[in-house]
Design a protein around this ligand. Structure first.
Ligand SMILES: [Zn+2]
Length: 304
């Protein structure tokens, strides 16, 4: 009898020890969650705070976010002030010492990545909501996705040295699948190399540079500033003059101005997803590029 009891006790201890041994990862966005899951597999749990269909600059804080943050061993953020409007107070209020800025459980993924549009002059309010540390939409270049995954591999291995070989193998497999996918994406995009586009917000510099498109203008007159009639007119004139046919819009912006620009230029509005979770079927980092590149290539093919 006694031995059965101690066996049960041992079993429950082993069970809880095994659970506690998973790294509880919380990420600011679903893109980072997808990349963490690629590397962490079943040795981590991972949850994202912002949903991929939300504007990541403006996320309404909810009590459930605090619960996630209280339990986290690791918080991964996009950084470059993308989350500055909503995440810092949540981190403080969580009271979780591990994930406070500067501590071992706080990981800023921008540190691993190639960052574009780093301002070379003093940033002022007159420039709009310019991110003064550079463009934070960097995860839209698969090479940066690879660097983020590598960052997770190293961090997870530091936190669980006994699992380092597991994380290394998962990363190597991800790296290989990403290389294969990039070949596919590159050949799909090759016929449209050098095409000019207009985008709503500055979400796409890394994506466009990687896949050979040129962003000529933005629907926003300045980052984070809603469209104005005078700027909209300039965009229309530019599109006509340079024969630009596509207007790329993130799913959380009002379509009225883009639609009216399209109407006056014979152009097409393409609602492109900046994040995993932007629509239900885009459940991981690979599906994000599959979705966007399929949409873009068919829009380019139709545009004359
Ligand atoms: Zn932005």
């Amino acid at each position: 009898m006694k031995s059965v009891q101690s066996l049960l006790l041992l079993a429950s201890l082993a069970g809880s020890a095994w659970c506690a041994d998973k790294i509880n990862v919380v990420t600011a966005t679903q893109d980072l969650a997808s990349l963490a899951a690629e590397v962490g597999g079943d040795h981590i749990t991972v949850e994202a705070i912002a949903k991929g269909y939300q504007d990541p600059h403006f996320v309404e804080p909810k009590p459930s976010f605090l619960l996630k943050l209280k339990r986290a061993d690791l918080l991964a953020v996009v950084g470059l002030q993308l989350e500055i409007g909503w995440l810092p107070p949540l981190i403080t209020q969580s009271g979780n010492a591990k994930i406070q800025v500067g501590n071992a459980g706080y990981l800023d993924m921008s540190a691993f990545c190639q960052i574009l549009e780093i301002p070379t002059t003093q940033v002022t309010r007159a420039m709009g909501d310019v991110h003064p540390l550079g463009n934070p939409h960097y995860w839209l270049d698969p090479e940066n996705g690879r660097r983020i995954a590598k960052g997770f591999r190293d961090k997870f291995s530091e936190m669980r040295p006994s699992d380092a070989a597991y994380f290394a193998a998962r990363y190597a497999d991800f790296d290989k699948r990403l290389t294969d996918a990039e070949k596919r994406w590159d050949s799909q995009m090759a016929p449209y190399h050098g095409r000019k586009v207009v985008t709503y917000h500055r979400s796409w510099p890394n994506f466009c540079e990687r896949f050979g498109m040129v962003v000529v203008d933005y629907v926003e007159p300045k980052p984070g500033i809603p469209p104005t009639p005078s700027h909209t007119l300039e965009v229309i004139n530019t599109m006509k003059r340079e024969n630009i046919k596509l207007i790329l819009v993130e799913p959380y912006f009002d379509l009225r101005t883009p639609n009216s620009i399209a109407q006056q230029t014979g152009g097409t509005v393409v609602v492109l997803l900046p994040s995993v979770g932007g629509v239900k079927e885009v459940t991981d980092y690979f599906k994000l590029f599959d979705y966007d590149i399929n949409l873009l290539t068919s829009a380019f093919a139709k545009a004359k």
